[in-house]
Design a protein around this ligand. Structure first.
Ligand SMILES: [Zn+2]
Length: 431
């Protein structure tokens, strides 16, 4: 495979910033990691869907990132991710992005030509029979039928990834961007053996993939904790890491290829398992979080009181009225109990403290309300419609909001995943 050019670091965190006002506060969390001795490189991700809902352009993400880097004097790399792009949507991201999440989940299960499947199976005799993954000291028995069926299921998706990759390469030049391939937005998890076969096909396709996002087992709902068997997740992730190491060795994929965990944010219960795998295999990871920074903006506004609190309440009221329409596009990744949603009238009577403790993701807190949190998470369209009314208040309350944004990203995500600290650990304790 051709020389690599731009290279993604071992540890990276993907972070969303829906209204392009928090890049500096987010970068501050990476600076805090660096001060604790760990390099975690920031990647600002925003999908085409998010841009469409908000009415923003990819150039705004780039400008916000560049300004944050300049203002904090950040010397390590940073990237802008065209998140979940397809061949139809990729072009608008050429000028501003240097990281591309090539989403081919829709092509899983599409038929590839019989000749291509036969060709793949013939090219890979090493994948028939006993395959030993040295990293995990685990052996799998792959029957010729399994190999063929797996190729039937995934080959069309990988071919599509190749087409999208080459479209980006034509526009930007090889080595000038980080390619990620994502298959997470589908209904069934991919096994480590499937991942290995997919990686062999990606190598055949000539895509120098640096991160791969499979779908893991368990539920990854937006903005709330993982639902599933944590021990099983840990084993599965370990085998995925070993499959990646094998594929790098066997197929000449980039040496820094690593897993991208599309967390949808706040998968606190699996963060220790991710950290354990990073330690055990000396592996890297890209932790992609969703746009929960926008919830920290709401928390900051509510905490500020006055106009900020009033607007946060108004946004809840609107989101509640339009809950069906707001939730529809996210139906498979949210789980709201309507009985747990307070009425807008109730919320209008809330203090700052009541609003923030219902919304802030502190699992132990009695007032924490995951249904309210999920509704507000998908309710960013309401704030987008407010336009300057919303962003003016963000600017007026920058300090209190930035504090919440940085603390959330560092204490709840970066520290447990990359530093192995229990969530909520305070840097000030000096350990
Ligand atoms: Zn994803």
């Amino acid at each position: 495979m051709a020389s690599q050019g731009l290279k993604l670091d071992k540890y990276s965190v993907g972070t969303g910033d829906r209204f392009a006002h928090q890049a500096k506060a987010q970068l501050q969390a990476c600076a805090q990691a660096l001060a604790s001795g760990v390099e975690v490189v920031p990647v600002w991700n925003k999908s085409n869907r998010e841009h469409s809902i908000i009415g923003s352009e990819p150039s705004a993400v780039r400008e916000a990132a560049d300004a944050a880097v300049k203002s904090l004097g950040w010397k390590l790399p940073y990237f802008c991710d065209a998140d979940h792009i397809t061949i139809e949507t990729v072009s608008r991201f050429f000028a501003s992005c240097d990281f591309y999440t090539i989403d081919v989940a829709d092509f899983i299960g599409h038929a590839a030509a019989a000749s291509e499947i036969d060709g793949f199976v013939k090219r890979h005799p090493e994948l028939s029979g006993r395959v030993h993954l040295p990293g995990a000291d685990q052996t799998f028995e792959i029957t010729p039928d399994t190999l063929k069926q797996t190729a039937q299921k995934f080959l069309a998706a990988v071919k599509r990834a190749g087409e999208v990759y080459r479209k980006i390469e034509n526009a930007k030049g090889a080595g000038n961007f980080i390619p990620e391939v994502s298959m997470d937005e589908t209904d069934r998890a991919q096994s480590p053996v499937e991942l290995l076969i997919i990686l062999a096909a990606i190598a055949d396709e000539g895509v120098p993939v640096q991160t791969i996002a499979p779908k893991f087992s368990g539920r990854f709902n937006k903005g709330v904790d993982y639902v599933g068997d944590v021990a099983q997740f840990e084993r599965e992730m370990g085998l995925d890491v070993a499959a990646i190491a094998y594929a790098v060795q066997e197929y000449g994929l980039p040496g820094n290829l690593k897993l991208s965990v599309h967390s949808g944010s706040d998968k606190f219960s699996i963060y220790p398992a991710i950290h354990a795998n990073l330690q055990k295999f000396d592996a890297g990871v890209h932790l992609k979080t969703a746009g929960t920074t926008w919830l920290e903006e709401l928390i900051g506004l509510a905490e500020a009181g006055g106009d900020g609190l009033a607007l946060a309440k108004e946004i809840y009221g609107e989101a509640f009225e339009h809950r069906d329409e707001l939730c529809a596009p996210y139906a498979t990744v949210i789980n709201i109990d309507p009985a747990r949603l307070p009425t807008p009238g109730e919320v209008r009577g809330w203090s700052s403290e009541q609003y923030t403790s219902a919304l802030r993701h502190e699992r132990e807190a009695a007032a924490y309300n995951s249904s309210l949190r999920q509704l507000l998470h998908v309710g960013f369209k309401v704030a987008a419609k407010m336009g300057r009314r919303y962003t003016d208040l963000l600017e007026a309350n920058e300090t209190v909001i930035a504090k919440n944004v940085t603390e959330n990203l560092f204490d709840r995500h970066i520290a447990p995943v990359f530093l192995g600290r229990a969530s909520g650990f305070q840097l000030e304790s000096g350990l």
